[in-house]
Design a protein around this ligand. Structure first.
Ligand code: TPP
Length: 342
């Protein structure tokens, strides 16, 4: 059953009565993230930036999940494909473009990390490192701190299904289970870990099938449906806030573009497969739903496109014009001194 979730062209809003303003905001954020991502591919092809790792196709799970959170209060340990997640939490296209250009003022590392190793202190987004799955035990540690302090913050951590083969995934979720930690671990299952298909990563049909072995809840959602993703995430967050522990939430989705700007995906999957998934594009699907319900019309869709384009043009131009960091910045401490305040 779960395997066929994403065969649907429909949006599953059963049991939800979401406000029209929230639905429109979901749509706007998905479009903002998609257009920012597309622009970044263009900058790469123009030779203006060195590298891009795209989140195209993952917008529904990321925007749905972020909008279900208490933004700026809950913590987020995100992974490189989470551009839409970051944007929905309040990270701006300008901040992203500073990172891809490696310019001064870049918030995550002063332009010393690769782009998409996000962090934004004001938004509760914790800095990421490049070895995949290392964020899972870090998230469990953060959630343990929240629990010990008696706060009702939830820590959300994301990774791909390939990264669940790493020991860190098991260690982190085991810890979350033993201590009933307020963690939601979202696995964005896009079927491939670069070129390795999911059936070569695991012998069970769903990532979420592993939840019982950690003693935590497991759930599966259609990660190409923003509303279904919002609902699944809300349930997981509520469980965590009630003190009932962690959830392993698997979002079934697809990456319709190469793994990164340096990957040729024609070597490991057919064009027919990619085209078939594009028919179920999360933005197209959601747009059809909003149009059908009269929550958006063609004019409003055009207005959103124009507004988003203006924001991206301005953000990109400003980042392109920004200076590079001075060479001495390479000596800036990696670890904050004990009296560090921001
Ligand atoms: C520990 C470690 N091993 C290998 C890599 C190289 N690497 C970067 S991304 C990636 C694929 C991860 O795939 P998945 O978790 O399915 O996420 P996706 O990129 O498909 O969203 C690999 C192997 C790495 N960064 N860290």
């Amino acid at each position: 059953m779960a395997q066929n979730l994403t065969r649907s062209h429909q949006i599953d809003d059963a049991g939800l009565d979401l406000d029209a303003a929230l639905l429109r905001e979901m749509y706007r954020l998905m479009v903002l993230a998609r257009r920012t991502d597309e622009r970044t591919w263009v900058l790469h092809r123009q030779g203006k930036i060195a590298f891009h790792i795209s989140g195209i196709g993952h917008e529904a799970i990321q925007v749905g999940a972020a909008l279900a959170m208490h933004r700026g209060y809950d913590y987020a340990h995100l992974y490189y494909r989470d551009l839409a997640f970051n944007i929905a939490l309040g990270y701006t296209p300008y901040e992203f473009f500073l990172a891809v250009y490696g310019k001064q003022g870049e918030t995550t590392s002063g332009a010393r990390q690769m782009p998409s190793n996000w962090s934004a202190r004001r938004l509760g987004i914790v800095t990421a490192s490049s070895p995949v799955a290392t964020q899972v035990p870090q998230a469990a540690g953060l959630a343990l701190a929240s629990k010990l302090k008696g706060e009702d913050r939830v820590t959300v951590v994301c990774l791909g299904e390939g990264s669940t083969s790493e020991g860190d995934f098991f260690e982190g979720l085991n810890w979350a289970g033993v201590h009933q930690l307020p963690v939601v671990c979202i696995v964005q299952n896009n079927i491939y870990a670069i070129s390795v298909p999911v059936h070569l990563q695991m012998a069970v049909p769903n990532v979420a099938d592993r939840a019982p072995m950690f003693g935590i809840a497991g759930a599966i959602c259609d990660g190409n449906d923003v509303v279904a993703s919002y609902r699944a995430m809300s349930e997981a967050l509520d469980r965590a806030r009630r003190g009932e522990g962690a959830t392993l939430l698997e979002a079934k989705t697809y990456r319709p573009v190469p793994h990164s700007s340096d990957d040729d995906d024609r070597t490991y999957r057919s064009r027919d497969e990619v085209e078939e998934w594009k028919q179920r594009d999360p933005i197209k699907r959601f747009q059809a739903y909003l149009l059908e319900r009269g929550l958006l019309d063609d004019e409003q869709i055009d207005a959103i496109e124009q507004e988003v384009r203006a924001e991206i043009d301005e953000a990109q131009a400003r980042a392109e014009a920004a200076p590079y960091p001075p060479a001495e910045d390479a000596l800036f401490p990696v670890f904050a001194p004990p009296d560090f305040e921001q």
